[in-house]
Design a protein around this ligand. Structure first.
Ligand code: FPP
Length: 237
């Protein structure tokens, strides 16, 4: 079903994949089973975004705060991420441009090499941009951009007065991409949790009462429909 393709085309969406642990607990399964099902949903929703010609979709896979979880859970999430990196060449066929947001330095060297390779191989693809946020934090990203600009100022390549919002945005992980139209958070939570702080400045926030592993294409339709009924004023009247 593609009921709202014209309403979806060109949108920029952020998704906080939440509720994996609760989904597993309800079924008496280990939390990692929820992440596994969540990763399958991630894959299907990407395909649906491609069909809907969404401009960009950003998934929050692992935050800078998630390291505080039990070590076994962190390892399981990263292992799943590794499995999906191995499958990532599908994105080449599907015309996705894949961009990884976040600090990769603590990730295994093999992952870092694969991430760089996937980004390079998909950089000229013209379909939906797929951003995957891993070891990502919105504040960390802003600090990252500030440091990049500070280095240019120190080298004499840039005057502080030349730094404006557009240039700042060009130094974020999402350089060249448009801001988010909406942030979608399943599982009923209402928090932004350090996600895309800059890019979500004027985004609509859509909370949905479904756990991420149960999330379906129909739920994305519902979110797009809700977004299209919101009145966006961007600070004006
Ligand atoms: C939040 O649910 C989910 C996460 C912190 C991890 C999300 C990771 C994946 C879906 C799999 C790996 C990623 C990719 C890109 C393949 P939660 O555990 O906080 O759920 P809870 O609030 O119910 O406990």
């Amino acid at each position: 079903m593609q009921a709202n393709k014209s309403a979806a085309k060109g949108l920029s969406i952020g998704i906080i994949m939440d509720g994996n642990g609760r989904w597993a607990k309800k079924r008496g399964l280990p939390r990692t089973a929820g992440h596994k099902k969540g990763a399958e949903v991630f894959r299907d929703i990407i395909r649906y975004c491609n069909e809907l010609e969404i401009a960009s979709v950003t998934f929050y896979a692992f935050s800078t705060e998630n390291w505080a979880r039990p070590e076994a859970e962190v390892r399981a999430i990263l292992a799943l991420f590794g499995e999906y990196l191995n499958m990532a060449y599908d994105y080449q066929k599907e015309n996705n441009r894949v961009v990884f947001l976040g600090d990769r330095s603590p990730l295994p060297g093999k992952f870092q090499a694969q991430m760089a390779d996937i980004e390079e191989k998909t950089q000229n693809n013209t379909g939906t941009i797929l951003n995957v946020a891993v070891n990502y934090g919105g504040r960390q990203e802003i600090v990252y951009a500030a440091r990049r600009l500070a280095r240019q100022v120190r080298q004499g390549a840039l005057a502080p007065e030349d730094i404006d919002e557009a240039l700042f945005g060009q130094n974020l992980y999402t350089a060249g991409q448009k801001d988010l139209d909406f942030v979608l958070r399943p599982s009923g939570e209402m928090r932004l949790s350090n996600f895309m702080l800059w890019q979500a400045s004027y985004a609509e926030f859509i909370s949905m009462d479904v756990l991420w592993p149960d999330f379906t294409r129909k739920d994305l339709d519902r979110a797009i429909d809700e977004f299209n009924h919101r009145s966006r004023r961007f600070g004006g009247l």
